[in-house]
Ligand binder design. Structure first.
Ligand code: ASP
Length: 419
């Protein structure tokens, strides 16, 4: 990655602050302005939508080109296989921790005790996707269609196949590899340009959310929000930091700082797929992970690794049981862990997807689906936290895999942080 071209950054006092500080300022200002304007803050939503559209525009071409470039640079199928296994194992491990933390927090703090349930319209139960269906669906029948519908797992499969074939045909593949290299470089530049607008986008998104969710909506459910946020924080600060320091021998504070841009964009957009271009940039530019590892591990994570969603499934399932005065058995707890993990894997990285998948968990343990209507009122607030944790989990595993494969540049990871 070449140094950022300063001509794209507005020449103002504002531009002298590093990007992460600008984004943070957008977040805080957005919350204040949204709270002051109330419902009128919806006027600011288009600012956020413009930004979200712009990063979504990057996803397919960015992932496809960086993945092809990353794998052709690796030139070692065995290493690819090892990275794949490590990635999946770490993703599953952290998700199991996540749901356990969610259950523990809800058991400890009893957020549902004494809450009156107001029933909304009944909700249809979702079907859990079967394993066979997921596996068969991995292979695209038409790669162009996979790209048009932004089916990330199918794009990954096709990109891996193409990259391996390019390596196998040797010199004949070089022109195409070079084409992808130059295309990927341009996509990085475009990501950087789009990211310059992140502070404004984050401002618009947060203002609209803060304006919509007045205190009257939040107060009755403040305890469940608090418990979900606390469990999320514990997961990131204890589990992720512990794994980074314990297994990776890496400083977790540097990791957090390097991931901050992506975490804030995830928080304000509530979409981990939408945040992918930002996560890719953070992994390489701030954390020093190689393009090959980042371009494989992150898109897989944005599709299947949803620790924040798993925490939420645990917290909310128990919240509903407590609210309804239903006692759960150990088997029910086991069922919540199992279905919660599966549901989180099947959750798409888009706003609100976790709420839809909650019905799988509730119906498995016989909890009333009508209660979903009540949580739906505050879902955006919960969604923002779970999406940040989802993205944090992807970046943590990417860092660990990079480190274990010797694909993490310590000079970048350990360098004093400027932008
Ligand atoms: N919005 C979350 C994400 O994009 C998914 C969810 O709703 O749980 O990661």
């Amino acid at each position: 990655m070449t140094e950022p071209d300063e001509t794209y950054r507005p020449f103002t006092l504002w531009a002298r602050f590093p990007l992460w500080q600008q984004i943070l300022a957008g977040l805080v200002l957005g919350a204040i302005v949204g709270a002051l304007l109330g419902e009128r803050a919806a006027w600011l939503q288009p600012l956020g939508d413009l930004f979200i559209n712009a990063i979504k525009m990057l996803i397919v071409p960015l992932i496809f080109s960086t993945l092809v470039v990353g794998i052709t640079a690796m030139r070692d199928p065995q290493k690819m296989g090892r990275i794949g296994l490590r990635t999946i194992a770490l993703y599953l491990l952290t998700t199991a921790f996540a749901i356990a933390i969610g259950l523990a927090a809800s058991t400890l703090f009893q957020p549902g005790a004494g809450v009156e349930m107001s029933v909304d319209a009944p909700v249809d139960a979702q079907e859990a996707p079967t394993l066979t269906k997921i596996l068969v669906g991995l292979i695209p029948t038409n790669p162009v269609e996979a790209m048009a519908s932004a089916n990330i797992l199918q794009i990954i499969v096709f990109a891996i196949g193409l990259a391996i074939s390019l390596v196998l045909i040797g010199e004949k593949g070089d022109p195409v590899v070079r084409l992808f290299e130059s295309f990927a470089e341009a996509m990085y530049k475009l990501t950087e340009i789009v990211m310059a607008f992140a502070p404004i986008g984050v401002f618009g998104l947060i203002a609209a959310v803060a304006g919509e969710h007045g205190l009257d909506v939040l107060l009755p459910l403040i305890k469940v929000i608090g418990v979900a946020y606390l469990a999320s924080l514990v997961h990131v600060l204890v589990v992720y930091s512990g794994l980074l320091a314990g297994i990776g021998r890496l400083n977790p504070v540097r990791w957090l700082r390097g991931s901050l841009d992506a975490l804030i964009v995830a928080y304000s957009s509530a979409s981990s797929s939408g945040t992918l271009p930002v996560s890719l940039r953070c992994a390489q530019d701030n954390l020093g992970v190689s393009r090959g590892v980042a371009s494989f591990v992150l898109p897989v994570g944005a599709t299947i690794n949803m620790d924040g969603t798993a925490i939420y499934q645990g917290v909310v399932a128990l919240f509903i049981a407590q609210m309804m005065g239903i006692d759960l058995s150990w088997t029910d707890y086991g069922m919540i862990i199992l279905t919660g993990t599966l549901a989180s894997i099947g959750t798409a990285g888009v706003p609100g997807a976790g709420l839809v998948m909650l019905s799988i968990v509730l119906s498995q343990v016989g909890l009333p689906l009508e209660a979903i209507g009540m949580v739906a009122a505050i879902d955006r607030i919960l969604d923002m936290a779970r999406t940040s944790v989802n993205v944090a989990g992807d970046l943590m595993v990417t860092t660990l895999v990079g480190q274990s494969e010797g694909e993490l540049d310590r000079a970048v990871y350990d360098r004093p942080f400027k932008r």
